[in-house]
Design a protein around this ligand. Sequence first.
Ligand code: SAH
Length: 270
Amino acid sequence: MSVEAYHNYGKVYLVGAGPGDPELITVKGARILSEADTIVYDRLANPELLSMTSEKSEHIYVGKRPDKPSVSQEQINHILVTKAGEGKTIARLKGGDPFVFGRGGEECEVLRSKEIPYEVVPGISSSLAAPAYAGIPVTHRKVARSFTVVTGHTIKNTETFTNWEHLVHSDTLVVLMGTRSLPQITEKLIKHGKDPQTPVGIVEKASYSSQRTTLGTLGTIVDEATDISSPGTIVIGELAAKSHELAWFQTEDAKETTVSNSRLRTQFVG
Ligand code: SAH
């Protein structure tokens, strides 16, 4: 049956919220937020973005909640399908880009199977924004002509899933959801031949005023990054060291920051 047969269905927009700073949502994403009847949003989408929505809109939080079971993907799918069935226009707001480790593909599959119309509005993924906000270009002429984005989430459990032989040859390796597995990631890369002197940067809370960057090498970063908070992105490769030179983002606590050799907070005292 065609989509037209279900014209009473609303439409679901999977909207990328960007990495944190509300100004990093796209113009299209902001327009859809202002027009939507229902906003279904994640933990990593900055809640400040809700101020862009219509006063009449309904807001449904589907991220992790302290002391409560998290909302399952099935429940999220159910909410999208039910609201669309009520004829609502839904903005499904996701951190970064909806198709980069955001389960956007799974949600589209469900919507497609029900013949519910949808659109995807790409967002600025933290895999690009976190390095950019730390002054780490992911490519650079003559130094890095490629970058690879992987998840560190499954590393502990599914050892065989990760193609380490391939990863050690990435010019710039960006690891999302990897801060908890940092010891395993560094160990595996070194074991598979990556130079322990390879620079590493960990960028926490990129584009928020609390952003922090920790710099080290594959061999030292585990000892240096002892109190990393979520969300954090790991950047591994020669270019990670560029942060020493190119960091530009000024955070609120810059004046209180001490800069040590091992732990560099990439803010400038104004
Ligand atoms: N779809 C998202 C990624 C979801 S996976 C995107 O495109 O950005 C969640 C991971 O993204 C986190 O574990 C972290 O590695 C990264 N991340 C998200 N927001 C971040 C931020 N503001 N700073 C640093 N890393 C971030």
